[in-house]
Ligand binder design. Structure first.
Ligand SMILES: [Zn+2]
Length: 259
């Protein structure tokens, strides 16, 4: 069994500033943390680089800026020693630091970083059996949204807001022949951010990455992309109903775990 987590950010081309041509991101596939940077621009600039482990500093800050800071919380821990051992192995902590983190594992969490890093760590065998919760850090979420909510009631508003934005972006794309690339890029990032575990939507994320308003040999044109996004709207409506039913049955699911 494998777990696949990806997070992509689209940035302007560093040479001609065309929107969305530079893609950076992280993946955690088969338990392996990787980063990549890929430029494929209509100005004929192209480059690729990638590597194992944590991404280079500047790239990592951009991912944190864009997707926020996430945290791995362990509500209850069966074995402090075993869990601390996992932290030592994968985060390179010394014993003291690892045990220190275990003391506040239920409140501050044992690790904070990018969403992909948190998912990667939470899926490590020993840790995943402790039922970890990966969540976005509230303070950084408020900062990211540029405002403070002030009371507990609106905690979930940002997610709803992001979903609203996704819906209007989908509507705009579907009703705009030859929709611009940056719109596709925004939809790609929002889908990836909001639905990291949905195979259908993750496949759509990959399709969006190949979308170009002007059809070329290796690209996906507007017509095909449009019918896929109509499918996405149907899919979201269906999963929305399901989520409502689940919510009525009570809280559920930390991330699915490996092995
Ligand atoms: Zn360019």
């Amino acid at each position: 069994m494998t777990n696949e987590v990806a997070g992509t950010i689209l940035l302007p081309c560093p040479h001609c500033a065309a929107e969305g041509m530079l893609r950076i991101g992280q993946t955690a596939i088969h338990g392996e943390l990787r980063w990549y940077e890929s430029l494929n621009c209509s100005c004929r600039c192209a480059s690729e680089s990638d590597g194992n482990g944590f991404p280079p500093g500047e790239m990592r800050s951009r991912i944190l800026d864009e997707h926020g800071e996430w945290v791995v919380i362990l509500p209850t821990v069966k074995s402090n020693a075993e869990t601390a051992r996992v932290l030592r192995i994968y985060l390179g902590l010394d014993s003291r630091d690892a045990l220190q983190r275990m003391k506040t594992s239920h409140s501050q969490g044992v690790y904070s970083g990018t969403r992909v890093e948190c998912e990667w760590l939470a899926n490590k065998p020993t840790l995943s059996s402790e039922h970890p919760i990966v969540q976005r850090r509230a303070a950084s979420e408020s900062a990211h949204q540029g405002r403070l909510t002030g009371n507990g009631e609106t905690d979930h508003a940002p997610v709803d807001e992001r979903r609203q934005k996704l819906w209007s972006a989908l509507d705009e794309f579907v009703s705009t022949p030859g929709a611009p690339l940056d719109l596709a890029g925004r939809i790609e990032v929002m889908l990836d951010d909001l639905y990291p575990y949905d195979d259908y939507l993750q496949e759509t994320v990959e399709m969006l990455a190949c979308y170009r308003p002007e059809e070329m040999e290796w690209t996906i044109g507007w017509g095909l992309m449009r019918s896929r996004l109509i499918g996405v709207r149907r899919h979201l409506e269906a999963s929305c109903d399901e989520a409502r039913r689940e919510a009525n049955e009570g809280e559920s699911h930390p991330p699915s775990s490996a092995g």
